[in-house]
Write a protein that binds this ligand. Structure first.
Ligand SMILES: *Cc1c(COP(=O)(O)O)cnc(C)c1O
Length: 422
């Protein structure tokens, strides 16, 4: 089916081309609810697949270690200017290969091995790279972790302040990967100032919401903003570090030559296009629609008896706690997958089960909103989830395939950006 769409690939490597075509079909027919995923536009896809990838460009625009950079410099400078404009920052580095290396560059810029660093615990919604034990950041640095309160599922800022003042970490990370609520950057800023810490806002998940004005911005509150470009921001897989002028040199030096070699110029081009798209009025509507859909979906799930961490959502993400159901997270996630609804199993705060077999599932609305689903569709989505979890409890495979057909039928009416029309 993809021969006309990827003619050279199909001719050279039909086996690989068939995998890509199958993935296109999968992404078209399923309801993708993983909150860190999205559909990039055809323009972002095109920019990311260009001959820019043939160039080595170690260094920065105007200061390269290789010749022939006249076009590459313009591409990177454009991406940088767009990032600065969109996020209202002094400085942007668009070279980090992805979110994890971006965060590692922050450690390199501001800490020495063995220093204390502070972040949200992974099982509470933080990211591995915020000093969690199994990550390099938790073994090379002394990671101390904060969490959320047991009853509310919310951050207790007074407790974070007490811990920061006791530990005096070099770096404090705020933000995370399973946080359904607004992050109070001003509160973190006052804590970091008192503790003498560098404050990093890792907005990987919510960068698109910030760009579209649907979540408060950390700009002006924090020392460094770290973000991936491929989640709500709807760009290619990559990352950016943004900061005040005073930290610009340290950040640039840490990314190159500290941590990386040549930047992925084709990705830089895709990032530039995504930033251009995110600066359009349509993206403001998109970001607000993502949040409206998530709130509507959370409400519909609550009405169907689901328990949600923190009782709902302020952003694009919902964490369903299945502790009270007969189905643990992994079983539910796999059943939903068979029903054409793609989610991930996830720990919930104070989970009584193991990380590889936890009690929760994590869902979000960035992808379905990119396809044009609106708040009126959310009760149906909640119905599908409820029926699939129920079917998982009963081992009813027939019910799952019925849902899968219904999902494919509805999704056919909402073509995804960047995918072929079937
Ligand atoms: C996704 C994510 C990252 C890591 O990004 P990768 O590109 O997967 O390395 C870092 N921090 C947070 C908060 C994230 O959600």
């Amino acid at each position: 089916m993809s021969a006309s769409r990827h003619p050279a690939l199909s001719a050279t490597d039909p086996e690989l081309a068939s995998f890509v075509a199958a993935e296109e079909t999968l992404q078209a027919e399923t309801l993708r609810l993983i909150p860190s995923e999205n559909y990039v536009s055809a323009a972002v896809l095109e920019a990311s697949g260009t001959v820019l990838q043939n160039k080595y460009s170690e260094g920065y625009p105007g200061r390269r270690y290789y010749e022939g950079q006249q076009n590459i410099d313009r591409v990177e400078a454009l991406a940088v200017e767009r990032a600065k404009g969109l996020f209202g920052v002094d400085h942007a580095n668009v070279q980090p290969y992805s979110g994890s290396p971006a965060n590692l560059a922050v450690y390199l810029a501001f800490a020495k091995p063995g220093d204390t660093v502070m972040g949200m615990a992974l099982p509470m919604g933080g990211h591995l790279t915020h000093g969690w034990g199994v990550s390099a950041t938790g073994s090379w640095f002394r990671g101390v972790q904060y969490g959320v309160q047991p009853g509310t599922g919310l951050i207790d800022y007074d407790a974070v302040r007490d811990q920061a003042l006791a530990e005096r970490p070099k770096i404090i990370f705020c933000g995370g990967t399973a946080l359904p609520r607004t992050i109070d950057f001003a509160a973190f800023a006052s804590i970091a100032e008192e503790a003498g810490s560098v404050l990093v806002a890792d907005v990987a998940h919510i960068a698109g919401l910030i760009a579209g004005g649907a979540h408060p911005s950390p700009a002006g509150h924090v020392d460094v903003i770290s973000t991936t470009t491929h989640k709500t921001l709807r760009g290619p897989r990559g990352a950016m570090l943004m900061c005040r002028e005073e930290h610009a040199k340290a950040i640039d030096k840490a990314v190159f030559p500290g941590l990386q070699g040549g930047p992925h110029n084709q990705t830089t081009a895709g990032i530039a296009v995504a930033l251009h798209e995110a600066a359009q009025p349509a993206f403001v509507s998109y970001a607000h629609a993502v949040v409206a859909n998530a709130k509507a979906l959370a409400q519909a799930l609550l009405e169907r008896g689901f328990d949600l961490v923190s009782g709902g959502t302020d952003n694009h993400l919902i964490l369903i706690d299945l502790t009270g159901k007969d189905v643990p997270g992994k079983v539910a996630a796999k059943a939903l997958d068979r029903a054409g609804i793609v989610v991930n199993y996830n720990t919930v705060p104070f989970d009584t089960r193991k990380p590889f077999d936890p009690s929760g599932i994590r869902i979000g609305t960035p992808s379905l909103t990119s396809r044009g689903l609106g708040v009126d569709h959310m009760p149906r989505v909640a119905d599908w989830i409820a029926r699939a979890v129920d079917a998982a409890a009963k081992g009813d495979e027939q019910a799952l395939s019925v849902i899968r057909a219904e999902v494919a039928d509805i999704m056919a009416a909402f073509p995804a950006p960047g995918l072929p029309l079937s």
